[in-house]
Design a protein around this ligand. Structure first.
Ligand code: SF4
Length: 444
């Protein structure tokens, strides 16, 4: 097949793998394709080319990406690769395993992807604004009523277990005007919840020296507090992910207490022992996190805290693990994920001494999860009898499923509304909590 096959239909297939950040990249590429007059097709058969947006975060994700490329080649034969695996050694690996791919670009390389599509699948039809209608909020892969808003790329930290800075480079913040314009389009198009994401949300703006930028002629400082305050003006839910407990984060809590942004913070703490955090080279490792959490809760009692932890990091002693358990008992976090440490190709932690045996990791994970589940279940039980606001995600013949302010999509619990069949996704409803388990709530 020629790499320059012209097409009058110009249909592009799209396979999106990876985390919410990669999903945002996919959404942007799809938006741009539609603006360019391309049609996006869910089928391999009629696609002139298939784009595979890859994930290279851990080895299993890389294997999944390589398999997806193989499948697209087999089913369609004309494949462009983009995303986290499109750089450095991973790009070489793709070419070695799949030499027939037509082109490879790296993460967030929107323009390059478009250039590649135009090269291998020239669009001979002039875009017509009447038939090539792009919804004002862009083409979305998430349900229409919530959207991810990526505020920066890359990361200035060098956590020992992570290879994201190698793959995505140092922090590059988007100017606030550009973010606000995107958020405005989303809000106007009916999005009810914005999920602010990046690798390190608390670092937003530091690389561009918090420079002033303009939105609708209004000067705004490119810093997190200004961004949160300005996003709050849309009157929709604004949820912050990947925030580290730096002192300046304290200034966001009053916005939560006043109901301007959701009283929710997703803080990937990873451990509760200062010595492990130092060995991990975690940001804000020296901050007095427990003290800070207590202060936040005093300022905003309804604050929901979500976090993730790693057990079995190299050198983790029994005492350090006990410190972690003490930490979660005292912090009483609402939503918690826990992973057993596993080496990622290229990560600095692979060379650390005292790797922990698998059976010890498993035993620590079991202990951790049992302790945390009891805390989470207890916190949810305390919600029975209270009235909460719910954003509806899904409606079926049996009833509706939604989320409260305390639940981020896909990672937290849900609220069940049995029998509530007359609702629509995107509706807000109020109701009294009648039951709870370790993860979910029930209304009615
Ligand atoms: S903060 Fe650490 S874990 Fe997060 S992206 Fe940066 S280096 Fe990786």
């Amino acid at each position: 097949m020629s790499a320059n096959r012209p097409s009058s239909t110009a249909k592009v297939g799209f396979v999106s793998l990876g985390c919410p950040k990669a999903l945002v990249d996919s959404e942007r590429i799809l938006t741009q394709l539609r603006l360019d007059g391309y049609e996006v097709t869910p089928n391999y058969d009629d696609a002139g080319v298939v784009i595979v947006n890859t994930c290279g975060f851990i080895d299993s994700a890389k294997a999944e990406s390589l398999a997806a490329i193989g499948e697209a080649l087999e089913e369609n034969g004309r494949v462009l690769v983009t995303g986290c695996m499109g750089k450095g050694d991973d790009a070489q690996r793709i070419l070695a395993e799949h030499p027939k791919v037509l082109g490879i670009t790296g993460p967030a390389a929107y323009e390059e992807v478009l250039g590649e599509v135009r090269r291998v699948l020239p669009n001979t039809r002039t875009p017509n604004p009447l038939i090539d209608l792009v919804p004002a909020q862009g083409v979305k892969l998430t349900p229409r009523h919530y959207a991810y808003l990526k505020i920066s790329e890359g990361c200035n930290h060098r956590c020992k277990f992570c290879i994201i800075p190698n793959m995505r480079g140092d922090l590059v913040s988007r100017p606030i005007g550009e973010i606000m314009k995107e958020a405005e389009g989303l809000a106007r198009a009916g999005v009810r919840e914005l999920l602010v994401i990046s690798q390190d949300t608390s670092a937003y703006g530091v690389d561009i020296k918090y420079k002033n930028d303009f939105w609708n002629g209004r000067p705004l400082k490119s810093d997190l507090q200004t961004l949160a305050e300005t996003l709050a003006e849309f009157g929709i839910w604004v949820r912050l992910h990947y925030v580290y407990p730096y002192p300046h984060v304290d200034k966001l809590i009053p916005l939560m207490a006043e109901g301007k942004i959701l009283p929710y913070l997703d803080i990937p703490l990873q451990h509760g022992s200062p010595s492990v955090l130092q060995r991990m080279k975690r940001p804000a490792a020296a901050e007095k996190t427990l003290e800070r959490i207590h202060q936040w809760r005093e300022m905003c009692p309804e604050l929901t805290l979500r976090s993730t932890f790693i057990v079995g990091f190299p050198g983790e002693t029994d005492q350090e693990f006990d410190e972690l358990l003490d930490f979660i008992e005292e912090a009483e976090l609402d939503r918690v994920g826990c992973f057993q440490y596993s080496p990622v190709t290229g990560a600095a932690a692979n060379d650390l001494p005292d790797q922990i045996p698998d059976d010890v990791k498993q035993a620590r994970w079991d202990t951790f999860m049992a302790a945390q589940q009891a805390i989470s279940a207890d916190k949810l039980q305390r919600k029975i009898g209270t009235t909460i606001e719910v954003l509806i995600d899904h409606v079926s013949d049996d009833g509706a499923l939604g989320r409260s302010m305390a639940d981020a999509p896909e990672i937290d619990g849900v609220v069940h509304l049995p029998g509530a069949t007359d609702l629509q996704p995107g509706d807000f409803v109020q109701g009294e909590v009648t039951a709870a388990d370790e993860y979910d709530l029930w209304i009615g």
